[in-house]
Ligand binder design. Structure first.
Ligand code: XIL
Length: 354
């Protein structure tokens, strides 16, 4: 038996007993439930009413895909273009959904005009000014912020490796703690998150990346930085196994330092998986189940967000299209908003939606 969040709200049941919910892994259903959410872009929300309905039906949380990034928010040095993010915030509040903010500091999607920032004092003014204005605008509405996104290089070779960005070039490594301190000062009740990708695997360069990420986290904690949680993006590579041991140890360690843990951008890249939908969905299910069993065994998961909800609206077909021309299937719902019974995505939605 499974209830959606909306059905439960409407029936006045509040929280649905987890024992009533089915999940093929079982281990998950026995844990306290994480809030479930999805990333959404305003253009898709406006274009397709099915998307909004599906989000309201399944989600507790939404996060804008691009609308809070510098590329959208900051057309020029003086302007904050809040209209699109505001519209998503309105959608969230009208439907009683929580909202996450993504992201205050990211090396990518920076507008051209920021290239003219060329002194440490100008950089500090721009970074602090941006964070103060954006966090203040959504104080009380955005409960959790990806303060810094992807601070570790794609391939790390030393534990001390940090991604080179406009901010690191001009301010040094303190740009990261500065961002957290600024956000904390403006909204002391917001959950402040360091978000990273590719820390879920155990071969090639992936363990080194996780080690550098761990090193940064420890450094921030040691320095008393207001870091509350760690976000694991979890853009899973369908062709790669989850490093259950290594990831499990890492997440256990994060909890032991008092950090919360979120899965922030889950989806599965299926471009190298077999064509057969059944075979493909079986593999993506296994990857997601391995991930969720691993992280929930290490401690309670704060929230689980997928990067989109329906295969119709995902970034995966743009960046990792299939060579055979078949449609990608990275997300919990198919392109017609049907649950994929062959995956554990759908079971997890049930298990996390009261
Ligand atoms: C992606 C969006 O989905 C795309 O629409 C955009 O063109 C590029 O960014 N990790 C992140 C997200 O933290 O911000 C990225 O989102 C996907 C990878």
């Amino acid at each position: 038996m499974s209830f959606t969040r909306r059905e439960a709200l409407l029936s006045g049941l509040g929280a649905v007993a987890l024992s009533e919910l089915s999940f093929s892994g079982r281990a998950l259903a026995a844990k306290p439930r994480a809030r479930y959410g999805a990333a959404v872009s305003l253009a898709d929300l406006k274009a397709d009413p099915r998307l909004g309905r599906a989000i309201v039906k399944h989600c507790d949380v939404v996060v804008p895909v691009d609308e809070l990034k510098w590329g959208v928010l900051r057309p020029d040095e003086k302007t904050f273009a809040f209209e699109k993010a505001d519209a998503i915030a309105r959608f969230a509040s009208e439907n009683r959904l929580a909202m996450r903010g993504h992201t205050l500091v990211w090396y990518a999607d920076m507008p051209e005009w920021t290239k003219a920032i060329d002194t440490p004092s100008a950089a500090e003014r721009a970074l602090v000014g941006h964070i103060e204005t954006v966090v203040a605008r959504y104080r009380g509405r955005i409960s959790s912020w990806d303060v810094v996104n992807e601070a570790i290089p794609d391939v790390a070779t030393r534990p001390s490796d940090r991604r080179q960005t406009l901010w690191s070039t001009l301010l040094g490594e303190r740009n990261i703690s500065l961002a957290f301190k600024t956000a904390a000062a403006v909204d002391p009740s917001a959950q402040l998150v360091l978000n990273e990708y590719d820390v879920e695997f155990g071969d090639e360069h992936f363990p080194a990346k996780r080690a550098a990420f761990r090193n940064l986290i420890m450094q921030l904690l040691d320095a008393g930085t207001p870091l509350h949680a760690v976000g694991l993006q979890c853009h899973l590579r369908g062709a790669k196994a989850i490093d259950r041991d290594g990831l499990g140890r890492f997440v256990t360690e994060l909890h032991s330092f008092g950090l919360k843990v979120l899965v922030t951008e889950l989806d599965v890249m299926d471009h190298q998986l077999p064509a057969s939908i059944k075979e493909r969905d079986d593999i993506t299910s296994r990857r997601v189940r391995d991930l969720l069993e691993t992280v929930t065994a290490a401690g309670p998961l704060d929230s689980l967000l997928t990067w989109g909800l329906s295969d119709r609206y995902s970034w995966i077909p743009y960046v990792f299209p299939r060579k055979d021309g078949l449609a990608n299937r990275p997300l919990p719902l198919d392109s017609d908003f049907r649950r994929k019974t062959m995956t554990c995505f759908s079971a997890f939605i049930s298990a996390t939606s009261t």
